[in-house]
Design a protein around this ligand. Structure first.
Ligand code: AMP
Ligand code: MG
Length: 338
């Protein structure tokens, strides 16, 4: 195949449209992104798709300007093929097809979840980790087994980030609620260093190797309705749901015999979760890794990185195979790179 120069990555699975780059050696360059912020309510797929369509030209210009590149410098175009919200994915795929055709740059559709793993491996220098992938729509514990990234455990209902955002929204906190919950929990803990769970208990989210968050969401709201302070409930909510994720991740390390834990997804920006993972890993002579925050949230750079890995290994996506797949599974993508 022709030499790879700059690979453009296009991310559009949900709330964020993002363009990122890797160079000919697969070295990542920070993304240019914009996230839809609804005035009220949650994210509506069509509204998010309209947002992506509207901001795309501005973002792309900004990316080129920032990196002093011209469109013709792009030799390869990667995009998120799934999983995600249909209308949002379709915008990203349409932009990718258009650019690929115009620039005569081979196209590669990639798996969004796998991209989170690969940017994490690149950034953290870990080799064969168990991934704790905690984002808005997804919560999965993943490990490489027999040539695929296998989902060893996952949420049975909503993603952990969606749960945090829904709880926040019910208290009048706009999207994204996760960072505000983190701040309120930390502030409350600083004022209540002897905090105990008395009166702040919530259901435990672990179901075997899987997780479930909707019951915790209802119970946390009930604590608020019964007069508990918002800070106290934010703290308890984080402690309960992060402990559940860490427990499943620990079991995955134990079952697979792996010794590296890697965090990914927007909720992996959370300091308390990062600390809990480090404590757990240390206790079992393992290591916990967390990529820089700009590569935890959805970003085009991780899409470019996985596109680069796949195209270097000889895979391309023909136009007639470029349709999006809302339900693409992590284990549907064979790992053809090292
Ligand atoms: P993603 O879907 O991977 O882009 O991540 C977005 C999700 O990450 C949203 O649900 C946010 O509320 C959540 N999030 C972002 N930062 C934090 C944080 N510091 N603590 C908890 N959740 C967070
Ligand atoms: Mg994501």
């Amino acid at each position: 195949m022709a030499d790879i120069g700059w690979t453009l990555g296009i991310e559009s699975t949900a709330h964020t449209l993002s363009f990122g780059l890797v160079d000919s050696n697969g070295i990542p360059f920070p993304s240019v992104s914009d996230t839809v912020s609804p005035d009220q309510g949650g994210i509506h797929p069509r509204q998010a798709a309209d947002h992506h369509k509207d901001v795309a030209p501005i973002l792309l210009d900004r990316l080129f300007e920032k990196n002093e590149l011209k469109p013709k410098d792009i030799t390869n175009v990667a995009y998120s093929q799934g999983p995600g919200l249909g209308p949002c994915l379709r915008i990203g795929a349409a932009i990718a097809r258009g650019l690929s055709t115009k620039l005569n740059a081979p196209l590669i559709g990639v798996n969004h979840c796998v991209a989170h793993i690969e940017i994490g491996r690149q950034q953290c220098g870990c080799d064969d980790p168990v991934l704790l992938y905690v984002s808005g729509g997804n919560t999965q514990v993943i490990a490489r087994l027999e040539g695929r990234y296998r989902v060893l455990g996952e949420t049975l209902d909503i993603g952990i980030g969606n749960m945090l955002d829904k709880f926040a929204r019910a208290q009048g906190i706009p999207f994204p609620g996760g960072p505000v919950i983190e701040k309120k929990a930390a502030e409350w803990l600083a004022e209540n260093p002897d905090a105990s769970m008395d009166g702040l208990e919530l259901p435990y989210a672990v179901r075997g190797m899987d997780l479930a968050f909707s019951g915790v969401l209802t119970a946390a709201q009930r604590l608020i309705d019964n007069g508990k302070s918002l800070g106290a409930v934010c703290w308890s909510l984080q402690e309960h749901v992060f402990a559940a994720c860490v427990e499943v991740a620990e079991r995955a390390l134990s079952h697979t015999g792996k010794t590296e834990l890697l965090l990914g997804g927007g909720v992996a920006c959370n300091n308390r979760l990062r600390d809990m993972c480090e404590i757990m890993a240390e206790e079992r002579d393992s290591e916990s890794f967390a990529p820089p925050r700009m590569y935890c949230i959805d970003n085009g750079t991780m899409i470019a990185r996985l596109g680069w890995l796949e195209q270097k290994s000889g895979r391309n996506t023909a136009l007639d195979e470029s349709a999006i797949d809302q339900y693409l599974r992590t284990d549907q993508t064979p790992i053809i790179w090292s």
